[in-house]
Design a binder for this molecule. Structure first.
Ligand SMILES: NC(=O)c1ccc[n+]([C@@H]2O[C@H](COP(=O)([O-])OP(=O)(O)OC[C@H]3O[C@@H](n4cnc5c(N)ncnc54)[C@H](OP(=O)(O)O)[C@@H]3O)[C@@H](O)[C@H]2O)c1
Length: 440
């Protein structure tokens, strides 16, 4: 068990901050799902390696949060200033959101304290600035849990893959979307039923817009682009498409094409352009993406020298995410023990961002059946130099709301969109057509 801290026990020998022999003093801010799991790991570790010691926990109205398994010498507070003034060397920010988390992280870095955070909103929007701030004050900033929770993809980018030059990252980064889509796939249930099930199981928030409409995944993609491709891209620059329009019938048509549907986030660095997109896409059913079920995450990286790599696992949940946080803590502690070293500042590029990928497309129409539909659509497609690959129509549907599919040969996103706008105006179209890239 841990020793009594000098703040509580005046008899104990004070440990010097920065003393290489003593464990690093950790202040945890935010005692929620992840914070509690981090504290549990820190308190249960036998400290055999003597690296880490939890000294402070900060949470608003903390009295209701206190746990019997937290050692009595840990200081509880609701005041950030107490943490900043303390001798804690590493601050773990686990409150989430931009403010006051941002202010806390900035103040900690300026005070020479290292920071570990799982906060994707903060890193996606302010990561480059915070890394620079840390570098200027000799403080480290690690955020390994901010993408894909417990899957160690960011640490792999930092160490195991930093010898390569990556040109692409792609992933299933949102467990809520993957849960819903894989439930539609396995049981062909309505979208609304899959969403309610995800909410009942705690995989989706009551307002799941950030997940369903791609906001969460594009924040994570911008962090992967920062850490892996060394580019600055804000989440808002990345186009996000919703999964709300996906229907069980799309899985029938996708299966006819040997595919299934997943929310895919992808970024490719092509010279001075970053191609980036988040949204539902057809992927081969037998591919790594096609096989990811339930709320798991998968990240694939593509490097010039090392080729493709895959990282699969639990993208969320208190304990898997806490493992990533504690691993970051150990990395920071080891660096602190090694003493001051020249700071390795990432050289970041700011390329133009575009979603103009070239892919084949899946177009699913919902129409009131009448003669001449295919001819009308074909005329528009041909006017935009878009080539039809196949037309698929399953029997047995109500002719007043008939879903059928046209697949297109590869074309640019920008070439397709004017055609989609024209097709949406046709009298027989009951809804705008659902357009999904086919990623082979
Ligand atoms: N949960 C996951 O699976 C997961 C996965 C990857 C990354 N993350 C990230 O990890 C971070 C924490 O997530 P979480 O799921 O643990 O969130 P959470 O359960 O909501 O915990 C947040 C904690 O911070 C406290 N808090 C909020 N604002 C505060 C403030 N101004 N001052 C003091 N305490 C404050 C909350 O107190 P109250 O109890 O009073 O609300 C709560 O205990 C977020 O950045 C999240 O995006 C989470």
């Amino acid at each position: 068990m841990q020793k009594t801290s000098s703040e509580q026990d005046p008899q104990s020998k004070p440990e010097l901050a920065g003393d290489r022999a003593s464990p690093r003093r950790i202040a945890l801010v935010g005692f929620g799902t992840v914070g509690r799991a981090v504290a549990k790991i820190l308190c249960e570790r036998d400290n055999g390696d003597g690296l880490l010691r939890l000294t402070h926990i900060c949470n608003r109205t903390f009295e209701r949060k206190k746990q019997s398994w937290v050692p009595g010498d840990v200081v509880w507070t609701d005041d950030f200033q107490t943490i900043l003034d303390s001798d804690a060397e590493i601050i773990v920010e686990l409150i989430g959101g931009l403010s006051p988390a941002g202010e806390l992280v900035r103040s900690s870095l300026k005070a020479g304290k290292s920071v570990v955070t799982a906060n994707k909103q903060l890193i996606a929007r302010h990561g480059p600035e915070l890394l620079q701030l840390g570098g200027a004050h000799g403080s480290q900033l690690e955020f390994g849990a901010s993408v894909a929770g417990g899957v160690p993809v960011l640490p792999a980018l930092r160490t195991g893959l930093c010898g390569d030059r990556l040109h692409g990252v792609a992933g299933i980064l949102n467990g809520t979307c993957n849960y819903i889509l894989s439930r539609l796939e396995s049981d062909r249930i309505p979208f609304s039923e899959a969403l309610e099930e995800a909410q009942a199981r705690g995989y989706a928030e009551a307002d799941a817009s950030e997940d369903l409409d791609g906001g969460d995944a594009r924040a994570k993609l911008s962090i992967l682009a920062l850490a892996g491709l060394h580019v600055r891209v804000s989440p808002e620059e990345i186009r996000a498409r919703t999964i709300r329009a996906i229907d069980a019938v799309d899985f029938d048509y996708a299966a006819d094409l040997g595919c299934t549907i997943r929310q895919i986030s992808r970024a490719d660095l092509k010279e001075s352009t970053l191609l980036a997109d988040v949204g539902p896409s057809l992927v081969p059913a037998a591919s790594p993406f096609g096989r990811v079920q339930r709320n798991l995450n998968l990240v694939l990286t593509s490097g010039i020298y090392g080729g493709d790599m895959a990282f699969l696992g639990a993208g969320a949940g208190g304990e898997p995410t806490a493992v990533a946080v504690v691993s970051d803590l150990m990395f920071v502690a080891e660096n602190l023990a090694a003493g001051p070293r020249p700071h390795r500042q990432l050289q970041l590029a700011s390329p133009k961002t575009s979603c103009d990928f070239v892919t084949p497309w899946y177009l699913r129409f919902l129409v009131k059946d009448q003669p001449g539909i295919i001819a009308g659509l074909a005329a528009i497609l041909s006017a935009h130099q878009l080539n039809i690959d196949a037309v698929l129509q399953k029997p047995g549907f109500d002719k007043n709301a008939l879903p059928f599919v046209i697949t297109l040969e590869p074309c640019r996103d920008s070439q397709l969109h004017p055609a989609l706008e024209e097709m949406a105006k046709l009298a027989f179209a009951l809804k705008p057509c659902l357009s999904l890239p086919i990623l082979r």
